[in-house]
Design a binder for this molecule. Sequence first.
Ligand code: SF4
Length: 413
Amino acid sequence: MNFHDSEKIMGILKREGYLPTDEPKKADLIIFNTCSIRKKPEEKLFSSLGRLKSLKRQKPSLKIAVCGCIAQQKGEELFKRAPHIDYIFGPQNIGKLSSILSLERGVFIRENPEIQYEELPADRVDGIRASVTVMYGCNNFCSYCVVPYTRGREVSRPLDRIISEISELVDQGYKEIQLLGQNVNSYRDGELDFSDLLRKINNIQGIERIRFITSHPRDLTEKLIKTMAELEKVCEHIHLPIQSGSDRILSLMNRGYSYEEYKGKVELLRTLIPDIAITTDIIAGFPSETEEDHYCTIRALEEMQYDGIFAFKYSPRPGTKAAEMPEQIPEEIKSRRLSEILKLQDAITLRKNAGLIGTIQEVLIEGRAETGHSTGRTRTNKIVLFNKDIPPGSIVKARIIQARIHSLLAEPL
Ligand code: SF4
């Protein structure tokens, strides 16, 4: 979501006549698009801002802006910590960037209910896969998460605007569309829901693949799973964050489902879409998590057999309920639990990837990896490397010949 917000910022700046540069010394404007989902990105922001102090002294005309979730959350407070910042604006005010830049200095973090009507010109970095926002914000208030506070309540974009944006992207040659939303499954436009949106996009000529992120397990309906199974362009992959395998922790997290309910949805996905790859998010060491709760998560990993996970230590975020909960878990326990989770999952991922050796997969070529290999993704979102040079944008059938944890090696047929 942040990455695509940056593409929108680039699009607006391009329209205003700005050009990108990799050298801060040459810049007239430097914008930090920030994430506050964990503490680490915040620390990175302040050290980057610190490095710009002397540059700003040498070149007072340089403008520095902070946007994104940290800007939304901290607002005015950022000026106190880094007085050389000129502009602070939240994710809902990206559309106002041109008028913000016409002012000397300021904070722009008001909630903007008009956000769904803003058609912002994105300057997309990738030429093969295009991200398209279908909804903004979130209503779920998971107890550890800042998103409902920083990005506001859920607002779906009108369906006809999404369809016309995607039609333009197809004309520009994009092959894959990735629909974005904090909770895409709760998309609504009047009577139409996310399944209806997928069906309409599937009918657009020229699109090869449709993906979406992120799905909330509670809102993953039978109708949506059946639609995914039926539509040929919807890829066989879902990212379905479980966060914990313990019902007690899930309830403290305010996730709105039990482990058994989650498991039932995964079973239905695997019954109706047998080759589906499932990935997830895990938080290790949520407040009051016991060894027993932790082993519920370990058991969940063993039972779910995910294709991959994103696991992190719990990081208390100011303003959230979980940050105020008693029994915060010491760092060393969180680290140990996280490494147990990652170690187990690495073994599962490698075993699953090894099971693909000898199979034929459809791969959309995206470009070149740093190693020089041509690289692409299977429909199940696994990264595939080739020893041959294959033009980006091609869709090839390939035989998997080697498996690693994060990638597969293949030869084109
Ligand atoms: S559903 Fe996702 S974005 Fe919304 S509050 Fe929960 S974790 Fe945050």
